[in-house]
Every structure is written in structure tokens, then in C-alpha cells.
Design a protein around this ligand. Sequence first.
Ligand code: NAD
Ligand code: DAU
Length: 331
Amino acid sequence: MKVLVTGGAGFIGTNFVLRTRATRPDWQITVLDALTYAGSRENLSPVADQIEFVRGNVADADLVDRLVADADAVVHFAAESHNDNSLDDPWPFMESNIIGTYRLLEAVRRHHVRLHHISTDEVYGDLELDDPSRFTEQTPVNPSSPYSASKASADLLVRAWIRSFGIEATLSNCSNNYGPYQHVEKFIPRQITGILQGVKPKLYGAGANVRDWIHVDDHNDAVVTILEKGRLGETYLIGADGEMNNRQIVALLLELMGKPADWFDLVPDRPGHDMRYAIDSSKLRAETGWTPKYQDIRAGLTQTIEWYRANEAWWTRDKERTEQAYQRLGR
Ligand code: NAD
Ligand code: DAU
């Protein structure tokens, strides 16, 4: 199978490409990535001679048409992905996430190519801390930030192209990922790399916001499972029952990295900050048999800390610029 992976040089896409080279050696992989600040071609150097790499924009209609025409399936990761950046400058989110998805949809429609669209639980808005419910495939979209609104827009386009044009597509909405190769702007790598540099973790607001953490390999295994066993036209929620508040995550990082439990700072909150995400992934589990392999976040975080410790050169180049940007935002 010839698989076009958009955004394959970013965090989740890199892990997807490296993992599927090992688990699906018969797939021929082409990566399309614009190499924004969040993407790095070097991530793919272990498999550079086994894949094709194209630097380009998913919003480039001609390029996308040519690449899709040559593929059997597209896995669409490419997106601007950081909420804080979307609050600072929403436009790249509109272009990459909405127009980029539209270009892909038109290309898969023309060439009858299978699409799997990667999305996020953030499209559903947020839950109260004391609300016993979790997001399901039936939860109405209700996004809060320019980022999540752009992802919800893309999801709605995919659903419309399925219904009106009969394209062969599936969607998945996953919760917060952690693991190797995640950009230092994101919560967990920001704190791990900060601690390694002797800087205290920074918690937004009171640190009470809850995220539903999943290891990136579990997310990517679910994506492969949906490609192989998912029903066309369907949406699947991906989650590993990993709800924790940000204070709990920081406490665990401090413990695992040998720092005192009170060694953190509270900083001004993110505007519009979603309180809680929680995923009910029973549809995916019941229909496909997928289950997460990382049941214990302590083990997953230990592996992630070790990766950042061992790959300092990978993250130091972005760390200073990222922290300067946070300083400007007061966070
Ligand atoms: P990331 O920011 O680490 O990587 C995004 C990649 O897409 C980068 O390599 C970047 O260069 C590329 N890209 C951006 N705009 C592009 C464009 N216009 N054309 C081509 N390439 C472009 O993001 P990530 O965390 O790996 O997220 C990947 C996908 O998964 C996104 O669609 C995101 O919405 C979704 N998602 C992420 C999470 C998470 O916790 N990180 C959870 C659920 C869903
Ligand atoms: O839920 C899936 C989403 O998870 C994905 O769609 C996004 O692409 C991904 O970035 C992530 O969004 P969040 O906004 O939840 O992730 P972030 O890592 O930015 O923040 C996680 C939580 O930690 C959130 O409550 C904000 C908080 N936070 C973040 C940073 C960077 C802090 O308390 N301190 C920080 O320094």
C-alpha cells in the first residue's frame, strides 16, 4: 500500500512513520510536510532511505493533487497544533488546518483515494471538573480556541465530503499525546526540559485543568487499526483513560526527576483555557479490539524523560526561542 502521510515530520507524524516502517514494512510511505517550526526532517533520518520526503504545503492544490493521485491512502496529520500560538496569530491555523484539509478532500475525491483524518478531542469543547460524563462520538462540537475551531471546521468538511461526495474516509479524535519528539512548547516537554535546565515547572492558573493523557504509540497504533479495520464514514474517539490534572503531572515529573514536590511556579492562565477533556473510547475498543499498551503513565513518562535527557541537542535549538515567546505572552 502506498501511504501519503501529511505532517510526517512533526511529533505524532514522526512517531507514526518510524513505527509503521517497523510494523508495516510493506507500506510505501511518502511524507508531505511544510517543515514549519514544528517539523524536522532530521526526525526521519533513521528511515530516510526507506521513504520519500516532499517538502510542501497541504494547502498547495497542485502539489497535493499530484501526490494524492499516486497514493492508495492518505493519513492526514499536518496542522498547526498549539493553542497558545493560535491565540497569538490565528491565520496559519486557518490556512493549514482548514484550507489544507479542503485541498486534500478535493484531491481524494478526484482520485478515489482512502483518507484518514486525524483530529482532536478539543473540538468538543470542555467539561466541568465534577461532570461525570466523557466525550463520545455523539458529543456536539463546541470548540473554544482558534486552534480547536479550525480542527472542528476541518472535521465538519470531512464529514460533509463523506456524505455529499461519498469519499472513503474515517476520522479520529484523540486526547493529549505525550512521548518522544514532542515540541518543547507543549506542557510535558516544556516542564521536562525546564527541569533539566534547572528551571521550575510553570502551571497555568491554579493547575487544576484536566487532560486525558495517552502515549503517542498508543494513538498511532489506533490510527493503523482504524485504517485496517475501521468502518468507512465513521468517527472514532481515541483515549487511554488517562485523566490527570496539570498539578498531578508536574508532581509526577518532579518525583521522577528528583526535585521537591513544591518546586513549581503558578503563572497567568491561558485565555479561554479549557477545563477538562475526557474520552470514552469504547466504540473503537469494541469494534476493533484496540487497547492502549501504556496503562501506566509513570512508565510512559519515565521513558519520555529519558528520551529528552538523551536528546538534548534535539530540543535545545528550539528551547530558547520558545521560552522567549512565552515570556512575551507572560506565561
Ligand atoms: P506538530 O505541530 O508537532 O506537527 C505538525 C506537523 O505538520 C509539522 O511537521 C509541521 O511542519 C506540519 N505542517 C504544519 N502545517 C503544514 C502545512 N500547511 N503543510 C504541510 N505540513 C504542515 O503536531 P502534532 O502534535 O504532531 O499533531 C499532529 C496532528 O494530530 C494534528 O492534526 C493535531 O491536531 C492532531 N492531534 C494532536 C494531539 C496532541 O496531543 N499533540 C492530540 C490529538 C490530535
Ligand atoms: O487534547 C488534544 C490536544 O492536546 C491537541 O489537539 C493539541 O494539539 C495539543 O497541543 C494539546 O492541547 P493542550 O492545549 O491541551 O496542550 P498543551 O500541552 O498546550 O497544554 C496541556 C495543559 O497544560 C493545558 O491545560 C495547559 C497547561 N499548561 C501548558 C503549558 C505549555 C501549563 O499549565 N503550563 C504550560 O507551560
